[in-house]
Write a protein that binds this ligand. Structure first.
Ligand code: NFS
Ligand code: SF4
Length: 670
């Protein structure tokens, strides 16, 4: 899809990236952008004009004609369903294994075996204990932490029964999962179940394969990912808004620059501590640097951005560009979304690429294995190595491009923010949606993909939704994209918002685009949607809400796992770029209309961003109508002065509501 010889402005809309891509061209260095243009298109693998199966070695079998089957007789529908299911299982495995490692860390903390770590958010520990049925009364923090960690670990290996978070979903949803046999029994079990079923000669009914894949995806969303989020909050603190900055301009010419890239917060949190160590700072000065700058890439970046305010050097397609600045002393990676191109590229500069996970080694990278029992020591060793590398710098080009951001809107914080100090509540949000000031809610999430112009799909879709009074929440690389263009900052983004949305955001003091974390934190969005249902007035289930999920520039298998668990939770999910399953009409139908009639949510692939927005708004309006809410009417709100913001929370509830709605509160909605 990426056309050969695209202009730099077609590769990325980010001026920082454009400057670095120009440098790459001067130096004759390839990047993912140019490699994407050189890669000959595989029409079969891309799903446009065929389907390929390599699940056994009689094949690979390439099906390009109607009625053609594989050597074993597999149809294009079965092959497409199996391919999708396998991608979902891989994505679910990645997210969930990340959750498992955090459970091991919490266990080690509770046993006093992880120096440097602690339970930083006791309130969250208590809340999670309550949710998963661990007693707290009269117990010490470490005792409860140990039980919570072991409860999590047990859910990975659980063979029967169901995951404990499922019961925290809206009652309707939980009952539907039980009825349809979609309730995951154990996290690992569901991943294995899908891998088994899709082995040669197993499940060959596309509908049945995809139903199994849905259960596996739910084991991610309401299992592995939700655990990852909650355990991270317990260990490192529940995010709340911080001021920070995003883009390559956060790197400093006169300081040692260290980048953390990947997904897990465990080591990066220790590096945050190490770079503040006076001894290491003095060591950096002894090497001629004025200090140490730590910044992130990808989801590790989101983790430390929203908790520690550590700036972000960029999203997925920035990983090579950061090294191309020549200003990075060390890029420290853990797991997921790390390009193998990094060590080769780093050889052209002075950057050290350091792998740290026992699961990830890359030829040409330096391996400094990390484990939670000696984390601070490993972190210090890494920082020291980076400092030692500072004098080796060659020519440096740091684009002077960065934007201020306010990340860190956890659902706990939103609850507090929306409800005011005394009554944490989603009431004002629900009320504003019911009145039509806010038309609906959209999660715009996911990766970068060099098949499309970097960030442009994210940007175009988000701005169009804002203009239509849709409140946007973001995670992952999509959130970093939003940050680059000022959308994660109250004032700037308010300019983009429609009049109704704008007033609500001003009243409660939130930006119209909310950064909710990394990709595993899409589980926070499930919790927000559940709270909106529980709050009342917007139906009985997630599938009743005027809400959509969009992954405009997705590329990873994890994105498919997320899209599928969101659909299985009742959401309408739209994926951009292209459909790898397009050639199978049956599978395309099963995951859209088929799933919609079964679980109320669906997954669609739509290449045109304008069409994505059109379908999203159409869906939101359809849900509004089904809830018998007033039709969205942008002319009704925003007459200046019709909303005395600063006094809002001082007014009696009755008057607050009259003000927010513009219409009298409906009976029974409170
Ligand atoms: Ni999500 Fe985060 Fe980014 Fe995509 Fe990769 S970093 S887990 S997969 S590329 S959003
Ligand atoms: Fe071909 Fe069937 Fe083997 Fe797939 S499983 S590669 S369709 S023979």
């Amino acid at each position: 899809m990426a056309r050969k010889g695209r202009d730099i402005t077609e590769r990325t809309m980010d001026p920082a990236a454009q400057a670095i891509l120009a440098r790459a061209e001067q130096l004759g260095i390839m990047t993912a952008f140019t490699r994407a243009e050189m890669m000959p298109p595989c029409t079969i693998g891309s799903g446009k004009s065929g389907m390929c199966c390599k699940n056994c070695f009689m094949g690979p079998c390439r099906i390009t004609k109607d009625g053609q089957v594989g050597i074993c007789g597999a149809t294009v529908e079965t092959i497409a369903a199996r391919n999708l299911a396998r991608a979902i299982a891989s994505g679910a495995a990645a997210h969930s294994d990340h959750g498992r490692d955090l459970a091991f860390t919490l266990e080690a903390v509770a046993l006093g075996q992880a120096p440097g770590y602690a339970v930083r958010d006791v309130a969250k520990l208590w809340e999670v204990a309550r949710r998963v049925g661990v007693p707290t009364e009269g117990r010490t923090v470490n005792d409860v932490a140990l039980d919570v960690a072991r409860k999590a670990l047990a859910e990975f290996g659980q063979q029967r029964g169901e995951l404990s978070y499922l019961r925290t979903a809206p009652k309707r949803r939980y009952e539907l999962w039980k009825k349809l046999d979609l309730a995951p029994r154990g996290i690992d079990r569901e991943v294995v179940d899908t891998l088994h079923r899709t082995h040669m000669g197993d499940d060959q009914d596309p509908e049945h394969i995809l139903r199994g894949a849905m259960r596996t995806a739910l084991a991610d969303g309401w299992g592995g990912s939700m655990w990852a989020t909650d355990l991270s909050d317990i260990l490192f603190g529940t995010p709340s808004p911080k001021v920070s900055q995003v883009n390559l301009g956060v790197l400093k010419r006169d300081e040692v620059n260290i980048l953390v890239h990947g997904h897990e917060p465990t080591l990066s949190e220790m590096i945050v501590a190490a770079v503040q160590d006076p001894e290491l700072l003095a060591y950096a000065r002894s090497k001629g640097a004025n200090g140490i700058t730590l910044a992130g890439i990808c989801c590790t970046s989101n983790e430390v951005l929203m908790r520690q305010g550590v700036p972000s050097a960029g999203n997925f397609l920035h990983q090579e560009l950061a090294i191309l600045t020549g200003a990075v002393e060390a890029m420290v990676v853990d797991v997921q979304c790390i390009m193998q191109a990094l060590p080769n590229l780093a050889e052209r500069f002075h950057t050290k690429v350091i792998t740290t996970s026992s699961k990830v080694k890359i030829p040409g990278a330096l391996h400094m294995e990390f484990d939670e029992h000696r984390a601070l020591q490993v972190a210090r060793d890494i920082v020291r190595l980076a400092i030692d590398n500072f004098p080796n710098r060659g020519e440096v080009l740091i684009p002077d491009v960065k934007a201020d951001v306010v990340p860190g809107f956890s659902h706990e914080y939103l609850n507090y923010m929306l409800g005011g100090t005394y009554r944490g509540s989603f009431r004002p949000l629900n009320d504003a949606i019911m009145a039509g000031r806010i038309r609906g809610v959209a999660a715009v999430v996911g990766c970068n993909n060099p098949k499309v112009t970097q960030d442009k799909e994210h940007y175009d879709i988000t701005t169009e939704l804002l203009r239509n009074d849709v409140l946007v929440v973001q995670t992952g690389c999509g959130a970093i994209a939003a940050g680059k263009y000022g959308m994660l900052l109250g004032e700037a983004a308010l300019e983009l918002a429609g009049p109704g949305l704008r007033e609500v955001c001003e009243a409660v003091g939130i930006p119209p685009v909310l950064h909710m974390g990394s990709c595993v934190d899409n589980s926070r969005i499930l919790t927000v949607l559940t709270q909106m249902v529980t709050e009342g007035g917007l139906g009985e289930d997630i599938s009743d809400l005027p809400a959509v999920g969009i992954a405009p520039e997705w590329m990873s298998e994890k994105a498919l796992a997320i899209g599928t668990y969101a659909a299985a939770s009742g959401a309408y999910v739209l994926f951009g770029v292209e459909s790898p399953y397009e050639f199978s009409e049956e599978v395309s139908r099963l995951i859209s209309a088929g799933w919609e009639s079964m679980v109320g949510g669906k997954l669609e692939f739509v290449s045109d961003p304008q069409e994505i927005v059109r379908r999203a708004l159409e869906h939101i309006d359809k849900k509004r109508a089904a809830l018998k809410l007033p039709a969205y009417d942008p002319t009704k709100f925003g007459q200046s002065g019709d909303y005395p913001l600063q006094y809002y929370f001082e007014l009696p509830l009755e008057e607050q509501q009259a003000l927010v709605y513009g219409v009298p509160a409906r009976e029974g909605n409170r």
